[in-house]
Design a protein around this ligand. Sequence first.
Ligand SMILES: Nc1ncnc2c1ncn2[C@@H]1O[C@H](COP(=O)(O)OP(=O)(O)O)[C@@H](O)[C@H]1O
Ligand SMILES: [Mg+2]
Length: 279
Amino acid sequence: MALSAPELSLVSDNSEQLQQDFGRKVLEVNGLTKAYQQGKMVLDGISFELRAGEFVAVVGRSGAGKSTLLHTLNGTIPATGGNILNVHRDQSTDDVLMMSRKELREWRTHCGMIFQDFCLVPRLDVISNVLLGRLSHTSTLKSLLKVFSDKDKAQAIQLLKWLNMLPYALQRAENLSGGQQQRVAICRAMMQNPKILLADEPVASLDPKNTVRIMEALQKVSSDGVAVMVNLHSIELVQEYCTRVIGLAKGQVIYDGHPSGLNDQVLHRLYGDEIDQIS
Ligand SMILES: Nc1ncnc2c1ncn2[C@@H]1O[C@H](COP(=O)(O)OP(=O)(O)O)[C@@H](O)[C@H]1O
Ligand SMILES: [Mg+2]
């Protein structure tokens, strides 16, 4: 898919590099399988590539394997077979399935994930929560003492400003609305300077206004050169924001392409009788 680099210059430490990388292959998945119980494939031979700057939705009915897919990509759930290749700039690759614990920790900084329940530290203020995204780059002792470099602090402030959250920087995370917490979670993930950002149903618990804010925020992240992949329920949102959609049914890819290609026939294959419940 041809992608053109945007004129935005944004927040990441490595934003210049990300812009140069626009359209570059960052991940290759081949014949990925996952069985929680022997013989019961939840992911059944999934293959696709991810490119920098794409905004990819994963859709499919409940139980199709969407959450399992995202978690296997960032290594929080071990896959059973196939491979997940981290593609470097020089085209060399590392397989996530073969990584040691230490290598997986490192991989998760490049392949960030935001969770449905945000996972913020409730009593900590917003800016500290964002700075915690630097944890993997900072020694544990320094992190505990909240010793962050001026550069890190500047980046945290810039990120909060970028998602219109700077006025809340000193408020405790627990005092924010769901949509505000989700934006803080995105800022924290971006503090890792990831090249891939995964989000499992990031708007599932949000009202329409906050849904728009989060979808716009994720769109901004992708137009900054990050490959963004999100599980979504709403086809309307997919059509409005995403550059590509992967449709899963029973652990297999049955559609991979532009959202405009999601016609009635494809939707019926994806959702079957549940088709009336989606919008
Ligand atoms: N930890 C687990 N142990 C056993 N089965 C699981 C586990 N997590 C998910 N599953 C099963 O895997 C299938 C896919 O689940 P999931 O990836 O959560 O689908 P989705 O996110 O599309 O709803 C479902 O049948 C679910 O019951
Ligand atoms: Mg799920």
